[in-house]
Design a protein. Structure first.
Length: 338
């Protein structure tokens, strides 16, 4: 991409790469914004000073200041203001910086994609997935893929929000995530495609000797979450904790959360020694459950999560499609149909 100085010199000859914005609400006429200035604004917000941007990018500080002043004149709007700690963006500056962040992410991704292709061709796939998925069926799928094709899959455990960030930043090629029905769906960039695989019911993990478990053993009915309102609770990851709070509030109480861990085996141990109860997915219990514990179905229409596969829309490599298809096929043995 051009430096700020190059952009100033060639702006009239390089209009095909410009991004046009129309701000009718404030009576601006059509103004031309070079993508590089958007990235520069993002760097200013991220680093907090022109000098820091200059050091990181190798540009001169006057060139950075000059381009920002030029755009401010065209928009008749202040984009950057000085503070006692350096500089910060104005509201309109932050709006433009968000676009610069996306451009910077895409350029970074393009470089990584090329480097990855040069090293490994198009058959090395980086997959991220939550622990419950990794410990159930994904490992078997990866063994099958390695034995029947030249595709090499690198697997890393990651909870859904971090997985979406990894995709956006180009650190992963595809991801398996879950979305709780009680919470708003995760929102990522427009270039990500989310494909639901199936439904994973949620269970109340409790001591088999607990009165709630004994009552379920007699009735075989899903348990009302409110029946455990007097228990202490063990929460999972941040998203799982939010789901627990949401389900409990819908049942009419606020859970007393005393412990938090995203390790399913640690959760089991805490429940076993009487430190509380927890909500876990049925998929997690397929990896094993201690015999003195019970996993009970919950009487709530939102007591489930949807397991999804996420890829970048532009990534049409056959290897990615093969990984997706194999995982989806295996998931049918563990998930309920949507």
């Amino acid at each position: 991409m051009n430096t700020p100085a190059d952009s100033n010199a060639g702006e009239n000859a390089n209009t095909n790469t410009d991004v046009n914005i129309i701000a009718n609400a404030t009576r601006f006429s059509t103004k031309t914004l070079n993508p590089q200035i958007l990235v520069t604004l993002w760097n200013v917000e991220r680093l907090g000073s022109f000098s820091a941007v200059a050091r990181e990018t190798g540009w001169s500080q006057p060139a950075i200041s000059q381009q920002i002043r030029k755009v401010e004149r065209e928009l008749d709007a202040k984009l950057v203001q000085r503070t006692s700690h350096g500089v910060e963006l104005t509201p309109i500056g932050r709006i433009l910086a968000r676009h610069g962040q996306l451009i910077d992410n895409r350029v970074t991704q393009a470089v990584k994609d090329v480097e990855e292709y040069q090293r490994n061709g198009s058959t090395h796939i980086r997959l991220v997935a939550p622990p419950s998925v990794c410990s159930s069926f994904v490992a078997r799928v990866l063994v099958h893929i390695s034995k029947t094709s030249d595709i090499r899959v690198s697997l890393m455990q990651m909870e859904p929000p971090e997985a979406m960030d990894a995709l956006e930043q180009g650190l992963a090629d595809c991801a398996i995530i879950f979305q709780y029905n009680s919470l708003p769906a995760l929102v990522g960039p427009d270039d990500l495609e989310v494909s639901p695989f199936g439904i994973d019911p949620l269970m109340l993990l409790i001591s088999a000797n607990n009165t709630i478990a004994r009552q379920h053993e007699s009735s075989h009915l899903p348990v009302q979450l409110v029946s455990a309102r007097g228990e202490q609770w063990i929460a999972g990851c941040e998203t799982c904790r939010a789901n627990l709070v949401s389900l409990a509030r819908a049942a009419g109480f606020t859970p007393e959360i005393t412990h938090s861990t995203d390790d399913y085996w640690a959760t089991q141990n805490l429940v076993e020694v009487g430190m509380g109860v927890s909500i876990v997915s049925r998929l997690a219990t397929t990896a094993g459950k201690q015999p003195d514990l019970a996993a009970l179905p919950i009487a709530d229409d939102n007591a489930f999560r949807t397991v999804c596969f996420v890829t970048r829309k532009a990534d049409d490599r056959p290897a990615v499609t093969r990984v997706k298809n194999e995982i989806e096929k295996a998931s049918h043995q563990y998930l309920e149909s949507i």
